[in-house]
Design a protein around this ligand. Structure first.
Ligand SMILES: [Zn+2]
Length: 272
């Protein structure tokens, strides 16, 4: 628990640093469609920091930073604020959704020096970046740690994954990280997709940063292409916990989200 909390703290400051660096570049890059691919991974970052963040998103200004146009002489202090600028290039109005997730990690003994969860930070970050394009924002609770050597190594069969996913029940989408390749399910298996009872059994191994983001698409109610999602998007299976899925996420995928219900409006940034 303490270790996870410490990791979270580090991660938070990493984000802050990254955002501080990224925002001016993002602002200047915005009109340039040639470099647009870089923007989605950055815009959602400060969108997260500002929650709804409409003004930051719409204005494209560094948070609290760049001075706006100098008010003209006709603008008195009582004048209404300038109208909100149009949505930035690539952004369109959309609905916002919030998903609470619960990391569930495993130890083989109370003193286990290597609990699962080593891939959590990078995979959760990719989940946030991939789905914030479509207005979905995630809040992770503090990790639950379960001491059970058998469950820690489990996940190679559907039966094992069911046992893993049964080891915790509570509020939020359980993401159970096991020290197993979960090979027969391509690295992860989700049940209850499209409902508040969704649970993900996820390999904590392998080099794919997009594994969790893909499974989260199932949680949101999407399937695989061609019928359940757009092709060449995050929902394209990679087949293993080692090979990344495409990070593309489209308006077609947005319209396939069935859960949770929207909680407000935001600007979304679907990929072409
Ligand atoms: Zn899948």
């Amino acid at each position: 628990m303490a270790q996870i909390a410490a990791q979270s703290a580090v991660r938070t400051s990493d984000h802050t640093a990254a955002v501080t660096r990224a925002v001016p570049a993002a602002a200047s890059r915005r009109p340039d469609s040639a470099t647009k691919r870089l923007r989605p991974s950055q815009v959602p970052l400060y969108n997260r920091l500002t929650e709804a963040g409409q003004s930051t998103l719409d204005g494209g200004l560094p948070p609290g930073g760049a001075p706006g146009p100098v008010p003209g002489p006709a603008q008195s202090p009582a004048a209404p604020a300038p109208a909100a600028p149009a949505a930035p290039v690539g952004g369109v109005p959309g609905e916002m959704r919030r998903v609470n997730v619960q990391p569930v990690l495993f130890k083989d003994s109370p003193a286990d020096p290597a609990p699962t969860g080593v891939s959590w930070a990078q995979r959760f970050l990719a989940t946030q970046d991939t789905w914030s394009k479509l207005g979905v924002f995630f809040q992770a609770a503090g990790a639950v740690q379960i001491v059970d050597a058998s469950l820690k190594a489990a996940g190679g069969t559907r039966d094992e994954r069911d046992k893993v996913r049964a080891s915790w029940n509570g509020t939020g989408v359980g993401i159970f990280m096991v020290d197993n390749d979960v090979a027969d399910a391509g690295g992860g298996g989700t049940v209850g997709g499209g409902t508040a009872n969704a649970k993900i059994a996820l390999s904590d191994r392998g080099a794919s940063d997009t594994l969790m983001a893909h499974e989260m698409g199932h949680v949101l109610g999407l399937g695989h292409p061609p019928g359940g999602a757009d092709p060449d998007t995050i929902m394209e299976p990679s087949g293993t916990n080692n090979d990344p899925n495409p990070t593309r996420n489209t308006i077609g995928n947005y319209h396939r989200i069935t859960w949770p219900a929207p909680t407000g409006s935001t600007i979304i940034y679907p990929d072409p």
